[in-house]
Design a protein around this ligand. Structure first.
Ligand SMILES: Nc1ncnc2c1ncn2[C@@H]1O[C@H](COP(=O)(O)OP(=O)(O)OP(=O)(O)O)[C@@H](O)[C@H]1O
Ligand SMILES: [Mg+2]
Length: 242
């Protein structure tokens, strides 16, 4: 088991955003987490990655309890994530945005020039990998939304995560870029990285994922292969409200 939650719960006021969710994601696979708007997908991500402390329940990664652990510790354990709305620094260059993802704080960073050189080399390699190396010195705010999504993906890869959680990687990107993102996910998965992807684009989910978990009102209502969940009446009901 790589990433697993047991009865994970998080409320905001009277709203149970995540409601006693027991979920297992398959290691080495592309897992998808889908569900209607407001069904708790982002809150679930936030609970698992240390951005939000769950009210109750547990999250475990590779057998270790990570419930309520701070985000930096969860990142060090091997989980990287992106954000539904791109989280990058608009006035920094693409290269600088990648370096802040891993920069050793303050004096330590200055004492480690070799490490800095290694980080720059890695950042350049990752910009190439996602196909925006020509934008290394461009300010992020001057890049298109799709280019910013690719930059954010490169940022997630800076820490070399074994498990990558993406919140709507294809949201608002054009079809050509969508194909590039899908190809990258396939490649990175073939290298052994586990994915958990929240995505509303069903064509992408169906073509990319091995294992799908469907949320409705904060809890999983269906789990299986893309074909299985697509045929599940409870899933149709959740989406269509029939
Ligand atoms: N910080 C917050 N404060 C109050 N309510 C919140 C907060 N974050 C989420 N919620 C509520 O929790 C519920 C789940 O929201 P969440 O963003 O996790 O859903 P989602 O499945 O990611 O939706 P979408 O597909 O639209 O991104 C919603 O009812 C939402 O309004
Ligand atoms: Mg969301």
């Amino acid at each position: 088991m790589s990433l697993q939650t047991t009865e994970l719960t998080k409320s905001f006021g009277g709203v149970r955003a995540v409601d006693s969710a027991t979920v297992t994601f398959l290691p080495g696979k592309v897992n998808a987490l889908i569900g209607p708007n407001g069904s708790g997908k982002t809150t679930f991500f936030n609970c698992v990655t240390g951005m939000v402390r769950p009210d109750s329940g547990t999250a475990r990664y590779r057998g270790r309890d990570i419930t309520g652990a701070p985000a930096h510790r969860i990142a060090r354990a091997g989980i990287g994530r992106s954000f539904q709305l791109c989280r990058i620094f608009p006035r920094m260059t693409a290269l600088e945005n990648l370096l802040v993802a891993v920069r050793a704080p303050g004096l330590l960073g200055k004492l480690l020039p070799a490490r800095q050189r290694a980080d720059v080399a890695r950042a350049q390699h990752l910009l190439e990998r996602v196909g925006i190396e020509h934008l290394a010195e461009a300010q992020a705010r001057d890049m298109s939304y799709g280019q910013q999504k690719l930059l954010e993906l490169a940022g997630v890869l800076m820490t070399d995560p074994e498990t990558i959680m993406l919140d709507e990687p294809a949201g608002g990107v054009n079809p050509a870029l969508l194909e590039r993102i899908a190809a990258l996910v396939r490649e990175l998965n073939a290298e052994g990285r586990t994915f958990v992807i929240v995505e509303h684009n069903m064509d992408l989910v169906m073509s990319l994922s091995d294992h799908v978990v469907v949320f409705d009102r904060g809890r999983p209502i269906a789990t299986g292969t893309p074909g299985e969940v697509r045929a599940d009446p409870a899933v149709l009901e959740a989406y269509l409200g029939v």
